[in-house]
Design a protein around this ligand. Structure first.
Ligand SMILES: [Mg+2]
Length: 283
């Protein structure tokens, strides 16, 4: 059984800043502070972290459990209207190929597709609903499960295990996100990791986090299916495009030793050049 966990914002959809606007309004109502979300770096964080960050920015204090609950309720009240506003202004979109990829995966009996998102559970559904992608997800880990992304992912895997009635090994879990935080969380939990570059992540930070697979989006499915081990790689391991390791440990090994086609091609070219030189001398 393979478990594939998708992040939402920047990975499956772009909700046109709906979450940020809703949270900004909550903070404005509470403290009169405007545009609090612009002042904190929150891409790829869980909602629990985000709420604490902006609350602290606006009030100088950490929110109490009651204040936290209040923020969550206000946020979830405001979010649907903000998502609608994004749709109306043409700022709500799906990532290229996401629908095709999900349809392909959820049609397989050996794959369980779930969410691994920092969004609160209700927030995740509100944001995903208009995309038509929600039907592909039977379970997930959410921002309300933990403030730590790796624990959110572990929670999703726990639920997948219960759903499938089997114990899931970490090497059967594949995490797809759009920021280095998704990749780092996956690694922390011992799962496979991949990232799309069309989302909200910082490209340099993503590269540094070293996911097993990097792709613009899901418009070309072949590399994704090879990474998931659902299709065979006809050309073997190729660094710089994609690699197809059996485990995160193998990934680290290939990443460092990197015997791949490009090395072999370069070696052959040098050999041919050296041979030409030797022949030339013999004449
Ligand atoms: Mg994201």
């Amino acid at each position: 059984m393979k478990i594939v966990l998708f992040d939402i914002d920047g990975t499956l959809i772009k909700a046109g800043g709906a979450g940020g606007r809703a949270l900004d309004k909550v903070i404005k109502d509470m403290f009169g502070v405007e545009h609090a979300c612009d002042k904190v770096s929150w891409q790829g964080c869980t909602d629990k972290e985000n709420f604490s960050l902006v609350f602290k920015y606006a009030s100088g204090k950490k929110p109490s459990a009651r204040q936290f609950r209040e923020m969550e309720l206000q946020y979830l009240n405001l979010l649907p209207a903000e998502v609608k506003r994004s749709i109306r202004s043409g700022n709500y979109s799906r990532l290229n190929g996401a629908e095709k990829f999900l349809a392909k995966l959820s049609g397989r009996r050996d794959v369980l597709v779930g969410l691994g998102t920092g969004n609160l559970k209700d927030g995740a559904f509100i944001k995903l609903e208009p995309s038509g992608l929600l039907k592909h997800f039977a379970f997930g880990g959410y921002g309300c499960d933990s403030r730590h992304r790796s624990e959110v992912l572990e929670k999703a895997v726990e639920r997948a295990g219960r759903l499938a009635g089997v114990k899931i090994s970490p090497r059967e879990v594949f995490v797809i996100g759009d920021t280095h935080r998704d990749v780092e969380a996956a690694k922390e939990a011992g799962y496979h990791s991949a990232a799309v570059l069309e989302g909200f992540g910082d490209r340099r930070l993503i590269m540094r986090s070293n996911p097993e697979l990097l792709a613009k989006d899901f418009s070309r499915l072949k590399p994704w299916l090879i990474w998931l081990g659902l299709e065979k790689d006809p050309k073997g391991v190729r660094r710089g495009t994609y690699i197809c390791p059996d485990s995160p440990i193998e990934h680290a090994h290939y990443g460092r030793t990197g015997l791949d086609l490009r090395d072999i091609e370069l070696g052959m070219k040098r050999l041919r050049e050296a041979r030409k030189k030797v022949k030339g001398r013999g004449k």
